[in-house]
Design a protein around this ligand. Structure first.
Ligand code: ASP
Length: 440
């Protein structure tokens, strides 16, 4: 029989009614044996996520030595969930203990993790499944990275023993034995880790949208849904801002060749998006699968005659970034030119000028120019490598729309063409590419 690991996100578990709906989904298919839960998210647009309330508890406790005021909201939220569910589950003693621990442990990660912990306790009581604490099965190493060697066997053994289990997402235990969280939205990663550990047939990620769209619906009205996508395509799109799933959630299941299914808790009948390992993926009719992008990059353009024959040039350029601990996103190069594309937020407070000075010193370039307010737009699809003329179509569409392309980068994967344009042209650029590949 197939076996699925499910993860439900914050909106899907925001209140008692939604939690009930999630429980029904879980119980409607016997393949669904394990579930990873987020903390309750927003119930309406001005609402505050439980995780954010918990960070506020930490702040209050750090400043005043107690967190009664902020924690009152947590109490109210969880008590009303239990009441809405009509569940005979006495959560007050658990809340008392949680409040005391937040104060005693003095850790933002510990405080933040309690939303998932409490929600998982409730979900376990509702389903009659076992609660398995993530702190006992998900571990980080001394460098803060997920420790797969230690975690996978423990997760597998513990969950198989439980039969059915509810696991809180978002956190685990660090090398010193303290609670540590993943980055925000990290329950997606926890779900992926659990799916990999138990070698699930599918990782079902239940959220509040019916999967990925071919581009941002705020830019193009009703864009096409992506029904099937490969891990590689998704990696490119989610890195560039398509954010249905945490960008790092791909890795554990991808290594295990386990497909991900994105499903909508509020419209379970919708097909959603199926994310497949390359082996199991056959490119469909579309040349382009999706378009995504981000604004606010800075490009440092370096020119030097005979750069290509100067050994160590690129290394010296990158050493300057390394010294200042700055990431670069792309590095398109020509014969005598090299561009470094960096997120502008890293270059604030005089950092840009400092970098330029250090580059001049390290590289003796003929010329350095900086372009700010650049947006990047990625056009992604396996079909692009096979279809002659794809880039011609893309660039013709951009020129017809009067968009000045400032930079081009085609990754060596050949499934992605990235263009750099002015921030101001971003929306028009996405629309022009969408129109060319999806509306003609
Ligand atoms: N609750 C956490 C957050 O708000 C983690 C998650 O929901 O995935 O970021």
């Amino acid at each position: 029989m197939n076996m699925a690991v499910c993860k439900f996100g914050g909106t899907s578990l925001a209140d008692g009614n939604n939690i009930k709906r999630a429980a029904e989904i879980l119980l409607s298919d016997p393949a669904r044996k394990y579930v990873v839960v987020s903390a309750p998210g927003k119930r309406f647009s001005e609402d505050v996520k439980v995780t954010d309330l918990l960070y506020a508890c930490y702040q209050e406790s750090a400043q005043t030595g107690s967190c009664g005021e902020a924690f009152a909201k947590i109490r109210k939220r969880f008590q009303s969930i239990v009441d809405e569910l009509g569940l005979h589950f006495d959560i007050q003693p658990i809340l008392d203990k949680t409040e005391a621990e937040i104060v005693a442990r003095k850790s933002a990660d510990f405080a933040a993790s309690r939303g998932e912990y409490l929600n998982a306790r409730i979900m376990a009581a509702l389903l009659g499944w076992e609660f398995v604490d993530a702190k006992d099965i998900i571990f980080f190493d001394a460098k803060g990275a997920f420790d797969e060697k230690k975690s996978y066997p423990l997760i597998e053994e513990r969950l198989k023993r439980a039969g059915h289990a509810v696991v809180p997402g978002f956190y685990g235990t660090d090398a010193d034995g303290n609670i540590k969280t993943f980055s925000r939205g990290g329950s997606d990663i926890s779900g992926s880790i659990v799916a990999r550990a138990v070698n699930a047939d599918v990782y079902e990620n239940w959220t509040d949208v019916s999967g990925f769209l071919a581009c941002d619906p705020r830019i193009v009205k009703n864009p096409e849904k992506i029904e099937v996508i490969s891990f590689k395509e998704l990696r490119e799109l989610s890195y560039m801002g398509a954010n249905v799933l945490h960008a790092e959630a791909i890795f554990p299941v991808r290594k295990g060749d386990i497909p991900i299914k994105i499903k909508n808790t509020f419209r379970p009948e919708d097909a959603g998006t199926l994310i497949l390992p390359s082996k199991k993926y056959t490119p469909h009719g579309n040349i382009v699968t999706g378009i995504a992008g981000k604004k606010d990059f800075t490009v440092i353009f370096i020119e030097k005659s005979l750069m290509n024959s100067e050994i160590g040039f690129a290394r010296r350029a990158l050493s300057v970034l390394e010294k200042e601990r700055i990431n670069f996103e792309h590095m398109p190069s020509g014969i005598d030119t090299l561009s470094l594309v960096i997120e502008s937020r890293y270059l604030e407070g005089g950092m840009l000028d400092r970098l330029i000075e250090e580059m001049k010193e390290a590289l003796s370039p003929d010329y350095i120019r900086v372009s700010e307010n650049i947006a990047l737009v990625a056009t992604v699809g396996h079909g692009m490598a096979q279809n002659i003329g794809t880039s011609a179509r893309l660039f013709t569409a951009l020129s017809d729309a009067g968009i000045n392309v400032r930079m081009i980068d085609q990754g060596s994967s050949e499934l992605n063409i990235i263009v750099g344009i002015d921030n101001a042209d971003y929306e028009r650029c996405v629309r022009a590419i969408y129109h060319e590949f999806f509306e003609k």
